[in-house]
Structures are given as structure tokens and as C-alpha cells.
Design a protein around this ligand. Structure first.
Ligand code: ASP
Length: 498
């Protein structure tokens, strides 16, 4: 770092095409390798090397610089390198108004996502950029990308809108960092944010879409720098065998998996496949379903093929990119040891990486014998996550879900007929029927042993608004109107908020 005094923008250089030169400088066809940051900076227009300032619209922006000891092609970056960048931002946070990270494009979407989750309570801009052609070449896109990134990061000095987020600037758009994907290996428009609009556009002027930004927090920056690396991402493909899946999921010490599924979250549903997933979840693995498609979202339960996954205990990644999903899993598993809470946090929007949050009120798993008429099930886990609080005013949709439902006993098939009530204080004293204001709904279906682990869902939005009590005091009462013994693996109320 060159200066300790208060300056405007800190440039952090990790390497990448943006600052690369041919390895043999006399042979332009030799492979590209990153050059020193000093040489990159000298290529910038209106840059005063001695004072380390760049002029933007008649204002001199004071820069600080930090370079990786060995700048690299981003394909060689490791989790430790993300930690280095996050810590540098953390330790220089008070000395700068904004940060620019120069980075190779190949894993830039992962780094942007990782930094988004690692930097909690961010209130200053952190702008990542790279380029498709090195800054030392004709027709380079690097100059425009770096200078625009500096301009966005220097918003405070320039009297512009400050974006309190990790962003990617590329070609002429500003994207939320945890929403981007690299979608073009060669074109200048290399990145897209398929499920969230750009936060701004650079043309003659840089225009920011203020209503799309996250609100600024007054809380102190916290750097989450403990990432769980025992996570993987697997892409389902036609003909993928259960054996292959089993051998991957049984990797020693594995903690979490991002499962890249078809369309809105579907996978094969043959029994070996499902049993493999079920066993992995039972053994403690978190499996998060995201789509292989470039845009759109997972809707577990929309098709039978994804409803089965939900029943095995797979959780939804909604419209997250696979890059955001994997890095969020790393960060969450690094801060939260409790598996249930880690799963719950994964389904809450922490940095605007998904379009809604789902909070769960969990109840115990259980069973009812064929002659058992009524059972009361207590809430098993708190629904509190620090600042990530559930807010009833933001409730859009609530669903009571019983998953992993099976009939038990020797019978081949039977009619399951259950009625659900919430927060009945004294079940003996009230009439438990549809007319009861605490009535949530009913499941009535013929179930066979072959039906296996299905889940059933009842919409309960209006009921929940009035009947959910505290964060840990809810109970469900189930009345068995049939004669079939039934068991379930999971029972919860999922609360979707915008
Ligand atoms: N391989 C390069 C990198 O990721 C590509 C680039 O920067 O455009 O470092």
C-alpha cells in the first residue's frame, strides 16, 4: 500500500487479462501473464503517477494501490485470495470512500458473489472489473472499465449516488455482484445479470437506478473470512447414474452441495436416485437446488420431479446464480455450525442475491398410529437470525408443508385424512372442525407404500397473519380423521417475504 492518509479509492490488483502482457514481450503471440500494477496504472488517461491521482471531470481522485504479491490469471485464484481481498477492504475501510478490484474475468462472478457475502453491513462501493483485451493492446476495453469503476467508487467525492454494494462493472453496465454470470468468453459484453436489472448504465454519463439499490446500513462492517471449503457444485446430466451421484455425495467430510438441476429444479425421480439424495441429507449434507438455466428460478414442488426432492430434504436456491449459491454456502457454513440454521439462512436473501426470502417455522417430525386421533406438535427451532428478522408486514405467501410423508404399518395403501390446527390452547375444550378459527386445512389422499416420500402443502397465508404467535411458541395440532397410520420427516410453515 502506498499511502496511509485518507484517500478516495483503493485499487486492489489480483491479476487477469486486464493487466496482462505477452510472457515474451518481444513475441506478441506468447501466452499472456499479468504485468505489475504500476505498469497498468501508467496506461490510464489523466493519471498523475507521482501523486497517484486521476482526474475525473475536473476533480482529482486520490488513489491508493494494493497489488497481490503474485498477480495471477483468475483461474488460479483460491479461497484464500478472496480472504486476502476482503481483509484488505476491511483493514482500509475507514481510509477510503470506495474500492476497485481488478480481476480476471474467468472467475470474477464467483469472487463478486463471495465478497458480497463476506462483507456484511457494507456501506461503501466495492467495484470489480476486468477486461477481455489487455490494457496494453489496441482496442482494449480495459481503460473504459477501470476508469468507470473508479468513477463509481469515487461517488462520494464526485457528489453522486453511492452504491453500498459489491458490484461488477463491465462494458457499460453496473451489476449487483451476487447476481452476475460470465456469459461470453470473447465479446466485450462478457457479463449478464439474468435475474436482476443492472444497477446503473455508463453512457455519456453514469446513471444509477436508485430504486434498485440496497439500503445503506449504519452498522459496522464485518468481514466473514471463515469460509467452509468442503462444498461442491454438481450439474445433473441425462443418464447420470445414481452410483456416480452416490460416490460424489459420499466424499469424506463433505458439508454442502449445490445441485444444478434442470429447468425449475427438476431431476430424475427413479428410486435409486432419490434414495441417494435422501441418505446424503440424513447424513447431514445440505443440498441446495439451483437451475442450470441461465435465468429463471427453482420452484420446488411445481412438478412431481422437484416435489420429490423437497421431500428428501433438498432446499431451494430460488433464482440465485450457481456462483452465488456456492459462495453463500461457503460463507454460511463458515459462520453457522448448526445445520438447521445454516439451511434456514441459505433460504433468506442476505445481499439481494434472490428475489424473496423464505423463513421456516419448524415442527417436530413424528407419526400417528391408525387409532390415534389427535396429536400436538411443538415448534422445534427459533426463527431469529440476527438482523435477518422475519417481518410479518412483508409476508406474501405462507405454506404449511408436511414432507417425507409415508403410511406406516403392513398395509399396501390407505386413505390419509388429516386436519391441521395452529395454536389451540386447550384442544379438549374446543371443537376441532373446519369452523374453528385456528383451522389451517386438510390433507385427504389415498397413499400407497409405493407413493413413498411425498410432501403435501396447504396454503395458509391469511391464517398465519393472525395466528402465528411468538418466534418459538407455536404448536400444530393434527387430528386424524382416517384410519391409516402415517409418519412424516418434516413439518413446517414456510413464510415467503419479498
Ligand atoms: N483467463 C483470464 C482470467 O480470468 C481471462 C480474463 O481475465 O479475461 O484471468
Amino acid at each position: 500500500m502506498n499511502k496511509q492518509e485518507k484517500r478516495n479509492v483503493l485499487i486492489i490488483y489480483t491479476g487477469g487479462t486486464i493487466g496482462s502482457m505477452p510472457k515474451d514481450r518481444n513475441d506478441t503471440s506468447s501466452p499472456l501473464v499479468p504485468a505489475p500494477l504500476e505498469e497498468v496504472m501508467k496506461m490510464l488517461p489523466d493519471y498523475n503517477h507521482d501523486s497517484c491521482e486521476i482526474r475525473i471531470e475536473n476533480k482529482w481522485v486520490k488513489l491508493g494501490t494494493y497489488s497481490f504479491q503474485n498477480p495471477v490469471d483468475s483461474s488460479n485464484l483460491l479461497v484464500d485470495d478472496w480472504v486476502e481481498v476482503a481483509r484488505i477492504i476491511g483493514s482500509n475501510y475507514d481510509n477510503y470512500d470506495g474500492f476497485v478490484v481488478l480481476h480476471g474475468t474467468d472467475i470474477l462472478a464467483y469472487t463478486a458473489s463471495a465478497l458480497s457475502f463476506m462483507l456484511k453491513n457494507l456501506s461503501k462501493p466495492v467495484i470489480l472489473t476486468g477486461s477481455q483485451r489487455p490494457i496494453f493492446r489496441t482496442r482494449t476495453d480495459a481503460t473504459q472499465n477501470i476508469t468507470s469503476a473508479i468513477e463509481i467508487a469515487a461517488a462520494k467525492l464526485l457528489g453522486r449516488t453511492v452504491i453500498p454494494e459489491v458490484c461488477v462493472f463491465f462494458q457499460n453496465e453496473i451489476y449487483r455482484g451476487c447476481r452476475v454470470k460470465k456469459t461470453d468468453a470473447s465479446g466485450f459484453k462478457a457479463f449478464h445479470s439474468p435475474n436482476y436489472p443492472p444497477l446503473g448504465v455508463a453512457g455519456q454519463r453514469i446513471r444509477i437506478a436508485r430504486d434498485l439499490l440496497r439500503s445503506k446500513t449504519q452498522d459496522e462492517l464485518k468481514v466473514n473470512d471463515n469460509l467452509e471449503q468442503r462444498v461442491i457444485s454438481i450439474e445433473i446430466f441425462p443418464g447420470m447414474s445414481a452410483d456416480l451421484l452416490r460416490s460424489i455425495l459420499s466424499i469424506e467430510g463433505l458439508k454442502g452441495v449445490v445441485l444444478k438441476t434442470y429447468g425449475s429444479g427438476n431431476t430424475p425421480t427413479h428410486i435409486e436416485f432419490l434414495e441417494t439424495i435422501y441418505k446424503a441429507v440424513q447424513d447431514g449434507l445440505i443440498i441446495l437446488d439451483v437451475t442450470q438455466c441461465v435465468s429463471g428460478e427453482v420452484e420446488l414442488g411445481l412438478y412431481e420431479t422437484s416435489e420429490k426432492l423437497l421431500s428428501q430434504g433438498v432446499i431451494t436456491g430460488m433464482d440465485m446464480t450457481s456462483e452465488a449459491a456456492l459462495t453463500k454456502l461457503m460463507v454460511i457454513l463458515g459462520v453457522e455450525n448448526n445445520r438447521q440454521r445454516a439451511e434456514d439462512l441459505m433460504q433468506i436473501s442476505l445481499r439481494g442475491e434472490q428475489h424473496e426470502s423464505v423463513y421456516h417455522i419448524h415442527f417436530a417430525k413424528g407419526r400417528m398410529k391408525s387409532d390415534e386421533r389427535i396429536i400436538k406438535i411443538e415448534q422445534t427451532a427459533l426463527m431469529t437470525f440476527g438482523e435477518e428478522q422475519f417481518n410479518m408486514e412483508h409476508l406474501e405467501n405462507a405454506i404449511l408443508r408436511m414432507a417425507g410423508v409415508r403410511i406406516s404399518g403392513d398395509i399396501e395403501s390407505g386413505q390419509i385424512n388429516l386436519e391441521f390446527f395452529i395454536n389451540i390452547s386447550d384442544s379438549a375444550a374446543v371443537e376441532l372442525s373446519e369452523g374453528n378459527p385456528h383451522y389451517l386445512g386438510r390433507i385427504s389422499r389415498v397413499w400407497s407404500q409405493d407413493t413413498g416420500w411425498e410432501s403435501v402443502a396447504i396454503p395458509v397465508t391469511e391464517k398465519v397473519k393472525h395466528l402465528v404467535e411468538g418466534e418459538h411458541t407455536n404448536q400444530i395440532t393434527i387430528v386424524n380423521r382416517g384410519e391409516t397410520a402415517v409418519r412424516w420427516e418434516r413439518l413446517n410453515i414456510a413464510l415467503y417475504t419479498d
